[in-house]
Design a protein around this ligand. Sequence first.
Ligand SMILES: Cc1ncc(C[n+]2csc(CCOP(=O)(O)OP(=O)(O)O)c2C)c(N)n1
Ligand SMILES: [Mg+2]
Length: 460
Amino acid sequence: MKKELTRQQYLDLYYFMRLNRAVEDMMVKLFRQNKIVGGLYSSLGQEAVSVGTAYALEKKDWLAPMIRNIGALLVKGVPPRDIFMQHMAKYDSPTKGKDGTSHFGDLENLHIVSPISMLGDLIPVMTGVAMAGRYLGQKIVAMTWIGDGGSSTGVFHEGLNFAAVQKAPFVLVLENNQWAYSTPVKRQVPLENLADRAKAYGISSYSVDGNDVVAVYTKAKEAVDRARNGEGPILIEVKTFRRLGHAQHDPAEYVPKEMRAYWEARDPITLYERFLTSENLLDEKSKKEIDDKIEKLLSVERDFAENSPLPPAEFAAEGVYCSGDDCHKITPKWQRPIAEVTPPKSSVAAVWTVKGFGSGKASGGGSAPIHFGDTQKHEHQTEAVRDQKQKDAEVPEAATEIMEARNAKPTKVAAKVPVNVAVKVSAKSPVKTPAKKIAPKKSANSAVVHAKPAARKARR
Ligand SMILES: Cc1ncc(C[n+]2csc(CCOP(=O)(O)OP(=O)(O)O)c2C)c(N)n1
Ligand SMILES: [Mg+2]
């Protein structure tokens, strides 16, 4: 651990790690008293990750926690009572008892997006938040966390690639705690450093000791600053260890004893206390003050949570589905002049003329169906459809003439693909919408030629 922060910053990191652990210790007690509704996850031994990374964010920045990031919520300003009540499904909880664990957000004040259970899905969502902030000129950074297991999902790769091409101001913390449920990381990823995955997307990455809170904070701050300055997304792998099972129900007997012993000797709070003491940043007196502060705070917060009622039974049917404005109002916040953020309308009238259209034969003997490979039968074709196809079959020559006249260069033309009708047609319901009403779609694979409105007329 290097000494580079202010005394207050060092002590903040200590306070939040201690608070993180104390909140979770208290919840274990509540769980054993049968007061927690649903599962209880633990970040024991991983506090430096949540605290060190979230502490690098500014107030206006956005985060979305996963199950082991209660520390990040505390740093962002969520009061412990909300975390207790949420886990106890109390009526005063952020979701009024409708949901459990950390499944709540605060879009208005704290800028927290609720966790999504499907691992990896927060990555594209937070990329979108980061892009929206940039669009509005807010200079914000969005951050979320993903486990070693979650980094093997498809959406991890799609999301990170999307963030990379969009150069989104987004920081992804890959919390490598060695286990995804009972699967060790080595049995799911053939890499020594998961940070190396960033190479595939052309983005920067760091690999950090996740039990050294100063190292975590320092790298996170660097990443947040770089993302904010327009360098695009950054992946931070933090190497740490899940000290308890996946959740309270899991004794984690599959974890080798030596591995557990190694990491238990590297407890992030004990390591940090040693550092603070050696740097004269913490003595017995100030440690005792912090102990007392946390104990007092949590006793008040727990009492509040315990005294909060469970939701009334009739509330069970309310607020399950969003009913519009009386549920929550979504109003755009135009923080820049509307004209500045509204793209101009296109003045180009796109017209499709396609060589070879309609010249194929369907298996039923009629002209080529709308979908390539479709096998609609004769009897399913209405007269109108047959007429339409007849007309369409006349197009190729006209189209060729138009193209030649305009010296236009058509992109690829797939002889069999009848392109100008972008309508979904199934064998059961043949085309009902006349082709001329369909808005043409621009596509790289389509045979597309732009022609003037006059040419369009000629086609018909
Ligand atoms: C897409 C998806 N697959 C599976 C699950 C079930 N599941 C929840 S947590 C978990 C293990 C996650 O391991 P990891 O990402 O390493 O996070 P950790 O629990 O170690 O923090 C699994 C498989 C899920 N929630 N979403
Ligand atoms: Mg894991």
